[in-house]
Design a protein around this ligand. Structure first.
Ligand SMILES: [Zn+2]
Length: 298
């Protein structure tokens, strides 16, 4: 089995946290809020973790999971603030982070994202890892405001610095820093406690994943908190452990490649063995993860 067919064999549930959601049934999904700092929450349901800022200016959402969950997400926001959702920023184009865009736009939110996110959503894209064509998004789901490098929101007494770190998980990744609260929303550059997915056919690169994490580690300290795209809220030690795992796997794959091994032989060499117990219990299984690392550096 070559790395390509390995990648193709990966389960489709990778973008969905719950098996029920993989079949399009969201009726059992509950949206839960976890306070991360004053006025800042992580919301979980099915798909990528949401970030939420509440305060007198209005609600500000980071990502919006799947379209059928919009009503439940808005109800969860309403439990925390009487103010409407004024902005939604997408951390990248994946459907478990942008699926609610059209509904949120109709509800009055301004949709914001990196220009590569809008371009991929508008044109549609082929996800080679799942052999799946993502169809073009409807016009109402497209980000209205796009940017290239960085944008800052002065909102709810906070300074929300949004900065581009792609290509990493995709070619459109951004990280959001709540400067005063010292909280980051990492998008899918961080899978806390799980091997991450790298969307190689959308420009994702292992080196970019590591660089994105390094950029944040440099300015973080023990009090900093990180909302992951998937997995629980992280502290700096968690992020450092994740970074070390990424770098060691990358280095081993580089070494095996330099020895002339094929992708198939590299996967068979099990370069992640010592990490699998801690990181391999999620939707990215070890062999598939190694295959993506290898493909992303070709
Ligand atoms: Zn993603």
């Amino acid at each position: 089995m070559n790395t390509r067919s390995l990648a193709l064999a990966m389960p489709l549930v990778v973008l969905c946290a719950a098996p029920a959601a993989a079949q399009g049934d969201f009726s059992a999904v509950e949206i839960k809020a976890e306070k991360v700092a004053d006025g800042i929450y992580m919301l979980t349901g099915s798909g990528g973790n949401l970030g939420l800022s509440v305060g007198e200016d209005g609600a500000y959402l980071i990502d919006d999971q799947y379209a059928p969950l919009t009503g439940k997400i808005l109800a969860a926001v309403k439990e925390l603030t009487p103010e409407p959702v004024r902005f939604v920023i997408n951390t990248h184009y994946h459907g478990d982070h942008t699926g609610g865009n059209e509904n949120m736009g109709e509800a009055g939110a301004l949709l914001v994202a990196h220009e590569n996110v809008r371009a991929r959503m508008a044109a549609g894209t082929f996800m080679k890892a799942f052999n799946r064509q993502v169809e073009p998004a409807p016009a109402g789901a497209l980000p209205v405001v796009t940017f290239t490098d960085a944008v800052t929101f002065h909102w709810n007494g906070e300074e929300l610095r949004v900065f581009f770190v792609g290509p990493a998980h995709t070619d459109g990744d951004v990280i959001i820093h709540f400067v005063k609260a010292d909280v980051f929303h990492m998008g899918d550059t961080l899978f806390n406690g799980l091997y991450p997915f790298i969307d190689v056919s959308a420009g994702g690169r292992i080196d970019g994943m590591i660089a994105a994490v390094d950029r944040v580690l440099k300015v973080a300290d023990e009090k900093t908190r990180f909302i992951a795209g998937h997995g629980p809220v992280a502290a700096k030690a968690d992020l450092q452990a994740y970074r070390d795992m990424l770098a060691q796997v990358r280095d081993r794959v580089v070494k095996l490649k330099a020895e002339g091994k094929t992708g198939e032989e590299i996967v068979a060499a099990k370069p992640t063995a010592e990490f699998d117990e801690k990181w391999g219990g999620g939707f990215m299984k070890p062999d598939a993860w190694v295959g993506l690392v290898y493909e992303s550096m070709r």
